[in-house]
Design a protein around this ligand. Structure first.
Ligand code: 13P
Ligand code: SF4
Length: 312
């Protein structure tokens, strides 16, 4: 962008931030932002986090309005956990293709085939699917959740890559759904080999939503928060990062003197990026788009989320 355009954009963002502060007070609102959001949103967030931390925050906030800067299933989980609050997602087109890879009918059919199995569902799923679930998990607690379940057999959905990773840390038999994250699944062995040749001193850190053969190459495997913690605490100065590029905002904030190279230019979730600062302001102005979950679905789905929040 040329200098004048950059200046104009900075001025626009300053005005938007001022308007946002005013609206937040008027509405008693909190801005929650996933680490994959655009920098301009993470900058104004009251709280940044991964799926787990944001679900916890939504369940415990005193605010009347939650502006959930993330994708639709995250807003739904917030609404389920805090049913009396207004939950806004700045752009209602912010979906998650992986969450759409499982539906309640298919899941019920699988449950009928495995009547003794408990269903563990990744939080990246719709409220309808959560309503068919015994317990939810996120990438931060997936192993602990699976091991906490009172059954020898687990139906795992929808992420096959995370499921494959978890299977290595449990004796339970996992029946794994065939879903995946379009963004993380793009990363290939070749991408990592090329990056390692370019940055031979860098540690390779990866999210378990990536393909098993890519995860196998990693020096460290962890959820978004796990990756952030590892990079903050590691004595290494340089990292090849195998997760969504929005994470760069928090990585650079935590360790301004370290270098972070994203492992592929495709590690950008287009769904996360449909939200922007202008839409956050508009959402608080118009109080739209709001998240609604039918009460019967929410009541069933809530159990699966609350059970997850209790797992240590
Ligand atoms: P976490 O926030 O659990 O790391 O999950 C990553 C993700 O893909 C969210 O959509
Ligand atoms: Fe869904 Fe993957 Fe985007 Fe997360 S990063 S919202 S799992 S498509």
């Amino acid at each position: 962008m040329e200098a004048l355009a950059l200046e104009r954009k900075a001025e626009q963002n300053r005005e938007l931030r001022e308007r946002l502060m005013q609206l937040k007070k008027e509405r008693n609102a909190i801005i929650l932002a996933h680490y994959y959001q655009r920098d301009e949103i993470q900058e104004v967030a009251d709280f940044r986090g991964d799926s787990f931390l944001l679900a916890q925050k939504a369940a415990s906030t005193d605010a009347d309005v939650i502006v959930f800067c993330g994708v639709h299933f995250m807003g739904e989980s917030a609404k389920i956990l805090a049913p009396h609050k207004t939950v806004l997602v700045p752009d209602e087109r912010a979906g998650c293709p992986m969450a759409d890879m499982v539906n309640p009918i298919g899941l019920r059919e699988l449950k009928a085939k495995h009547p003794n199995a408990k269903v563990v569902t990744y939080i990246n799923s719709s409220a309808d699917v959560k309503a068919e679930t015994d317990i939810c998990c996120t990438s931060a607690n997936a192993v602990n959740v699976v091991n906490s379940v009172d059954a020898d057999e687990v139906i795992w959905c929808p992420d096959k890559n995370l499921g494959h990773y978890v299977q290595q840390f449990t004796d339970k038999k996992m029946i794994i759904w065939e879903g995946y994250c379009n963004t993380h699944d793009m990363l290939t062995i070749k991408d990592v080999e090329e990056m390692r040749a370019k940055y031979p001193n860098a540690e390779f850190v990866v999210h378990p939503e990536c393909r098993p053969e890519v995860v196998e190459m990693a020096d460290f495997v962890g959820s978004t928060t796990g990756i952030l913690k590892h990079c903050r605490e590691s004595s290494h100065q340089e990292f090849i990062v195998g997760t969504e590029d929005g994470t760069g905002y928090q990585l650079r904030l935590d360790s301004p003197n370290k270098s972070f190279h994203f492992a592929s230019k495709f590690l950008v979730c287009p769904n996360m990026k449909v939200n922007n600062l202008k839409k956050v302001v508009k959402a608080l102005e118009t109080m739209q788009p709001q998240i609604y979950v039918p009460q019967d679905v929410a009541d069933k789905a809530r159990l699966s989320l609350e059970r997850m929040l209790l797992v240590k």
